[in-house]
Ligand binder design. Structure first.
Ligand code: NAP
Length: 308
């Protein structure tokens, strides 16, 4: 079957390959992939994987076979899954049944494929920060995949929501959700405003100015280092204000049963039109590498989705 695999010689570190079909083990499902979305983390981690490893954490498709002990799904059923072990950028994908949710027929595969990592992360970081009505929330990388979901879910809590975007053009995607836009290059320069909750996926030089912009007793969730750089800051920037800094990683911070609930809720909301899913572009696996390069170069708002 065709798949996108880790290739350290390529840039980004992915290439198209023919690989053997996977077989489901105990507790696993084999899916016919209909759609798989791309996350920045997959592109970054591809460079660190053994060459030939099939990349990809998000998948929507139909169940083709059941592994031993799986009784809660039927062959032919439509599902959406998060695959912590990777493998979704391929025509057939093995996923853990415990990370899989049934997909309502009202939600199409391309929309569903955007939900696992980005949507579950958005729901998870808001929960971790105990976000509630009236909080002033700042979301960095807000025109990106996680950011677009986080803005909308934060607005649903009736918080006052601001999203950072790198340019006026990208800020339009922030304003389209109903949030305020903060145009900021994400380079570590000062951040205007004061926020009770800061949800940051940029990391590196942004952490210090984000701590400065966090209000007394504020909560800062750090979940990404898109800047791929160290963070340095004066401790006085946060201890006098009683700040809490919380780390989040979707595969370990969210129990699978919660992730399944979140994927199902998000799929229902997307189908009902109460969650807007922005897919900038789709491409079949064989033509997807330019889209993946665009995402890495910060040229994508929302998500890009791979198809068979
Ligand atoms: N811990 C977890 O479980 C978890 C889960 C999901 C994602 N993540 C991480 O969270 C981050 C966002 O993921 P994503 O999939 O939403 O990425 P994405 O779609 O590429 O969006 C990230 C956005 O961040 C902004 N940005 C600002 N400074 C940047 C920089 N130095 N380099 C790259 N982008 C920068 C860019 O928008 P502008 O150009 O408008 O500034 C970019 O579009 C990534 O670091 C990812 O690895 C972590």
């Amino acid at each position: 079957m065709r798949a996108l695999v880790a290739d350290p010689a390529a840039s980004p570190a992915l290439s198209l390959a023919d690989v053997p079909d996977p077989a489901p083990g105990p507790g696993q499902l084999l899916l016919e992939m209909e759609a798989a979305s791309v996350n920045r983390g997959e592109i970054r981690s591809a460079a660190k994987q053994p060459p030939g490893t099939v990349i990809g954490w998000d998948v929507a498709g139909t169940v083709a076979a059941l592994g031993e002990g799986v009784a809660t799904f039927d062959v032919g059923e439509r599902v959406v899954a998060l695959s912590p072990g990777g493998g979704s950028f391929a025509e057939r994908v093995v996923v853990p049944a415990e990370w899989t949710a049934p997909l309502p027929s009202a939600c199409d595969f391309e929309t569903a494929a955007t939900l696992p990592v980005a949507g579950v992360t958005a729901a998870g970081i808001l929960r971790l920060a105990r976000t509630h009505a009236g909080d002033r929330v700042l979301v960095t990388g807000a025109a990106g995949g996680v950011g677009q979901f986080t803005l909308q879910l934060a607005l649903q809590t009736r918080a006052t929501v601001t999203g950072q975007a790198g340019s006026e053009e990208r800020a339009a995607a922030v304003r389209a959700t109903g949030a305020e836009a903060l145009v900021h290059p994400g380079d570590g320069s000062p951040v205007d405003g004061e926020f009770d909750v800061v949800l940051d996926g940029i990391g590196g030089p942004m952490l210090a100015p984000l701590l400065d912009a966090t209000a007394r007793n504020g909560r800062v969730v750090v979940y990404g280092n898109s800047a791929d750089a160290e963070s340095t800051f004066r401790v006085e920037s946060f201890y006098p204000k009683g700040l809490t800094i919380l780390g989040f990683r979707v595969f370990t911070s969210v129990p699978p049963a919660q992730a399944v609930k979140d994927m199902a809720t998000l799929a229902d909301q997307a189908a009902a039109g109460t969650l807007s899913v922005k897919v900038q572009a789709t491409a079949p696996l064989a033509d997807a590498l330019p889209l993946i390069a665009d995402l890495y170069a910060r040229k994508v708002t929302g998500k890009v989705v791979l198809t068979r």
